[in-house]
Design a protein around this ligand. Structure first.
Ligand SMILES: *Cc1c(COP(=O)(O)O)cnc(C)c1O
Length: 379
């Protein structure tokens, strides 16, 4: 069976894990936590980074930092993971969902402004497949209306928008190191703060609402409860694993991008013949090899292709079910149809893409997709 995903180990994880365990300090905000946070700040010029136990946690921190109150409105795509929305729903926000672009699953930035009301507090931009949303118009709109922009950069490590690293453009951003992402720690995430207004409070929320971090830096002589907060920081065990991954990020990215390009070339003919759509990378965006998807002609074809691949020992998967139409949200939705979200939900298929996928295995995936369409045209 060629699985959809296989977590990749760089080889140094056990070494750093051992180092963390034998150091005698296992809780969070220690040596490896700081090493990883610094590595991100150095590589991407982020103002401040805080490791979290998941991207979901980091998103929840952004909702607290944005001071979301019950009834406040937050604009975001419907075609995204539940955590993008849940983080704000937990604070009582009203979610206004945006449709996807016709050319890409990313949200259509041109339909944001019509949803802005006096209650709007924030816009959440999710970069699907690590491909940047058009951030300049989004940031301009936010500036004009005094809104906070949060990047759900869960899939966006080492990807760029007009040469600027994703996660470094919005006021706040959240990354994921879940085992399905490019750089992993099993479960894990990171908050990025790009606006100095939020740096101090972010640290307090991260440390259970206390000024413990400032205390350890010697800035205050005792620490206590100063704000709301929770236990968002991961242990050194997680951070040491992540450090091993970050050391090899260039190698990971090179491999994933080359696999991505090989799929693109191998399936190009099917797109030319009009059977499928291949991923579109806008001129402002880079490709970080996070995931490779194809868009099938319709839902029935997509589901049959999944089954066809499964019968040939290949695991391919669909992606998001539209949040605006979910069991939880349906009755809360304002009723606007979001046809492009439905299109990607019905027709999009993700192919296996992971560091250790061999050329032979990838050839098998490409040939099997091609033979499905060959049989379809013959039938
Ligand atoms: C993976 C993912 C998340 C959640 O990440 P966790 O680290 O599992 O919490 C959130 N948003 C998007 C877009 C994702 O792809």
């Amino acid at each position: 069976m060629i699985p959809f995903n296989k977590p990749h180990l760089t080889g140094k994880e056990a070494h750093y894990l051992y180092q963390a365990v034998s150091s005698g300090k296992l809780s969070g905000n220690g040596f490896f936590t700081r090493k990883v946070q610094e590595a991100f700040c150095t590589r991407y010029a982020f103002l401040k980074t805080l490791l979290t136990t998941s991207c979901t946690d980091a998103l929840e921190m952004t909702a607290i930092l944005a001071n979301i109150q019950p009834g406040d409105e937050v604009i975001m795509p419907s075609y995204t993971f539940v955590s993008t929305a849940n983080a704000f729903v937990l604070r009582g926000a009203v979610i206004r969902f945006i449709d996807s672009l016709s050319s890409h699953p990313n949200m259509d930035h041109n339909s944001i402004e019509e949803l802005i009301s006096p209650k709007t507090k924030a816009i959440v931009a999710m970069h699907y497949a690590g491909v940047a949303c058009d951030m300049d118009p989004i940031m301009q709109l936010a500036g004009k209306h005094g809104l906070i922009v949060i990047e759900d950069a869960a899939q966006s490590i080492d990807s760029y928008y007009n040469a600027r690293p994703l996660g470094g453009i919005g006021h706040l951003a959240a990354f994921s190191f879940h085992e399905t992402k490019n750089v992993i720690s099993g479960e894990g995430g990171m908050l990025v703060v790009n606006d100095i207004r939020f740096t101090e409070r972010a640290e307090i929320i991260w440390e259970k609402g206390t000024n413990r971090s400032a205390f350890f830096r010697g800035e205050v002589d005792k620490y206590g409860w100063v704000d709301v907060g929770s236990s968002f920081l991961p242990s050194e065990i997680v951070a040491s694993f992540l450090f091993a991954q970050m050391e090899e990020i260039d190698d990971i990215q090179t491999r994933r991008i080359s696999l991505w390009n090989r799929y693109y070339e191998g399936l190009h003919e099917l797109a030319q013949n009009g059977h499928i759509e291949l991923p579109f990378i806008p001129s402002w965006a880079t490709n970080n090899g996070h995931l490779f998807y194809i868009v099938c002609g319709d839902a029935c074809q997509r589901d049959r292709l999944i089954e066809y691949l499964r019968n040939r020992e290949i695991q391919a998967v669909f992606h998001y079910l539209p949040l605006h139409d979910s069991k939880f949200f349906k009755a809360r939705h304002d009723g606007r149809p979001l046809p492009m979200t439905e299109k990607y939900s019905h027709n999009l298929l993700r192919l296996p893409l992971y560091y250790d996928l061999s050329s032979d295995e990838q050839d098998k995936v490409i040939e099997t997709v091609k033979s499905f369409y060959l049989e379809l045209t013959r039938a």
